[in-house]
Ligand binder design. Sequence first.
Ligand SMILES: [Mg+2]
Length: 426
Amino acid sequence: MTKSSSSSLVIREATVTPVAFRDPPLLNCVGVHQPWALRSIIELRCEDGAVGLGESYGDADFVQLLEIAAEAVVGADVFDLNAVRARVDVAIGDRVTRDAHGLIGKSSSLKTRLSIYSALEVACLDAQGRALNRPVCELLGGATRRDVPFAAYLFYKWDRHPGGEADAWGEAIDPQGIVAQAREMIERFGFRSIKLKGGVFPPNEEIEAIRALREAFPTHPLRLDPNAAWQVGTAVNVAEALDGVLEYLEDPTPGLAGMAEVARRAPMPLATNMCVVSWEDIPEAIRLGAVKIVLSDHHFWGGLRLSQSLSTLCQAFGLGISMHSNTHLGISLAAMVHLGAATPYMSHALDTHYPWLEEDVVVAGTLGFADGAVSVPEGPGLGVELDRRVLKRMHKAYLDCGLVRRDDTGYMRQIEPRFEPNTGRW
Ligand SMILES: [Mg+2]
């Protein structure tokens, strides 16, 4: 068989740049966000000069594996994603990165390999799009929607990091503070769904916060996510108290068996980004009826194309699908928007931390919220460009800030030495 004459696009250089940027003191069940969030920026330089961009986690052990994989894909063609994945599989093998902060569920070697591959897959798709002068959403089958809806992501928070200056958002540690935060976020970005990160205060206080949101926003779908902080009985009590109020309850309790028990007794559907986090979790989750909505995340489900496969699978089993978010920059947001546009079945508005960002690493002007949605960027590939001055500054901040991994509990203990994560307390 003769090979076609189509030209290849070989990766000549692959760089991983860890960066740090300001993050507000957002509270969760294991502690509080540190003053700096860490991410990694991937650049694949191809033989024709095109550069593909990717973004992922910035914890040191993840960055180390990403660097190994980046070296391994040099020489591969960005259009040959199966070869890129095979190279990643060989380079990473059975190594496992841990969920050090306890918020994104269990770890496995498959999840680790897919997380590493994802960062590179997005960069390959960006390079493909630039080479073909086509947006990534067209490489994924075409945009089924131009505007991708997101939810307001509310957090209990302090008004400042200890020793720092007050941020623009102010304090939110009670229902009034949460409602004020929601008003500000909806005024600025137009969100039409609201999610509250819970697991911070006793469940009754968080029920009151949700009721206050319902009163202030009578028609916005509401969600509550305590990151598996509650025991089964507590989760059922909260679910019953919020019957008719919540669109869904997210990860009320740990593990598939516990979630299945809550699901049997809760009046509203359960969602997860903690107990169904990899392909190997799906058969048991379906068998137990543990969840009704899977919060996908291309950063650990294996990239944009496999996230589309997850959508198809969820639809086949009658499950809803949306997207989970960690603190992230604009490359990740652009990838989420292209994926959200090109995936016909996406049942709920997506999560994003983007409104909490003070400064982005991509050039301003292509990503923005209108009526709670982000429009697909118009340029080729992901449609975003790196601001190299900001990248340099954020890399210096990474080197200077002294953090090598996210540790919300350790940071909280610097402030409250006797702090214990709220998991299992209620
Ligand atoms: Mg969650």
